[in-house]
Design a protein around this ligand. Structure first.
Ligand SMILES: [Zn+2]
Length: 425
């Protein structure tokens, strides 16, 4: 099993793929074990729990199920014992015998260190693996800054995944426009405006202090509030200019300026943000199509072979990878002549990837390596070459086109590739 990738975009993709793989496993009986160990749990406690389960499982009536369950718990104990303490976010184990083809089953083991802390300790033996606690962790790793305000109050928060954190809340000292005891209307107006200005300066300072240090990880800033104050705050530039550029347009009308207002803001913005992302994906694919349509020296490459060539030449400026394709890369070596090559096959054809004969000597047999996720493989080689990488969802028509018509990989290039290269050996 490969180490967890450091790149957040790739990590999210790998995590989702892993969960898909785990949830696709079906047992012939209740013989798939899911074990969630939360960060604070003692490994010795988990071990004694497992020993007890092991003793219990000797009572299972069906001989095959009993054998499979006991194997799974034994194997699980070996895996758990390898940890001295749970990792920072805890760890989940999935061990069991999954059904393959007619009447056969095959042992599977997955160990997942989740991207967010697990808050459950759980043991379950069922005919499927239990992945619900992990499902809620599939989301964008980037965070958003949140500001809800009017003249009376400001609340600043952050959205990380689905979690909303309140970072600051402050009431202003701006006098209400009513109840101006005896002063001239004009003078009172000036006092109010001055107090409001001071309050906006303070709001800006707080936001700068909170958001500037993490501006790289900040995908954008959402501003909301009940009236026109938010527009004024934004237009008059009370935020640092680097944060100002990250403010998502339009600003959002929300009824409250407290923690509840932050929730309302996120709810209202979600559709807009999703729309922005889809629009950006569409724009990239449209650019790709324009380049592909150019008869000569188009700045595009697509499909496995072309993109591989472009990456090797260091010509890729932006690599577009579809989240919608499900393929594995299998490295093969010919036992007769030693020729080494790769095949990219659909997920469900991995078992037969080494069938057929060697393209060099026509003989075989071919020995296959552990299959690697194809998109992850391309992602890594692109990251090494310094290309910018965009994972494209299959939610838009354009995204679907990338998955279906272009084999899930395409690239925008810095310079055109020479077209008259001989075909690859
Ligand atoms: Zn050969």
């Amino acid at each position: 099993m490969s180490a967890a990738p450091a790149d957040p975009q790739l990590a999210r993709y790998s995590f989702r793929r892993k969960l898909e793989e785990i949830s696709a496993c079906k047992g012939r009986a209740t013989e798939l074990i899911s074990l969630y160990v939360s960060p604070g749990k003692q490994i010795s406690d988990v071990m004694s729990y497992l020993r007890n389960e092991y003793a219990q499982s000797s009572n299972i009536k069906s001989r095959t199920t009993r054998k499979n369950v006991m194997w799974a718990i034994e194997s699980l104990m070996g895996r758990v014992r390898a940890f001295k303490a749970p990792p920072t976010n805890g760890v989940a184990f999935f061990v069991g015998s999954k059904a393959v083809g007619a009447d056969k089953s095959e042992p599977v083991t997955f160990i997942v260190e989740p991207p967010e802390p697990l808050n459950t300790y759980l043991y379950r033996c069922d005919s499927t693996f239990f992945i619900e606690p992990l499902l809620s962790m599939i989301h964008d790793p980037e965070s958003w800054g949140l500001i809800v305000m009017d003249r009376a109050e400001v609340t600043i928060g952050a959205l990380r995944g689905k979690r909303i954190d309140v970072l600051r809340n402050r009431q202003s000292l701006v006098p209400s426009k009513h109840g101006r005891g005896g002063q001239s209307a004009h003078r009172f107006e000036r006092i109010i405006e001055h107090a409001a200005h001071e309050f906006f300066v303070k709001c800006g300072e707080m936001a700068n202090e909170l958001f500037l240090p993490q501006k790289e990880a900040l995908k954008g800033i959402l501003i909301g509030g009940p009236g026109a104050t938010k527009e004024y705050f934004y237009k008059e530039g009370y935020l640092h200019y680097e944060l100002q550029q990250k403010v998502v347009q339009p600003l959002f009308d929300v009824g409250y300026t407290d923690e509840y207002g932050l929730r309302e803001l996120v709810e209202k913005a979600t559709q807009t943000l999703h729309g922005l992302e889809i629009a950006e994906e569409k724009r990239l694919i449209q650019r790709l199509l324009v380049e592909i349509r150019k008869a000569e020296s188009g700045l595009a490459a697509y499909g496995e072979v072309q993109v591989r060539r472009a990456l090797a030449a260091g010509a890729v400026s932006e690599l577009l990878l579809s989240e919608g394709i499900r393929r594995k890369l299998v490295a093969l070596t010919c036992a007769s002549c030693g020729h080494a090559f790769e095949r990219v096959v659909p997920d469900d054809a991995v078992a037969t990837a080494s069938e057929g004969s060697c393209p060099t000597c026509g003989s075989g047999p071919l020995a296959a390596s552990e299959p690697e996720d194809y998109i992850e493989h391309v992602y890594r080689s692109a990251a090494e070459s310094g290309a910018a990488i965009r994972m494209i969802s299959a939610e838009s028509e354009e995204g679907e086109m990338l998955a279906k018509a272009f084999g899930g990989v395409a690239a925008l290039l810095r310079y055109p590739l020479p077209s008259a290269l001989p075909p690859r050996p």
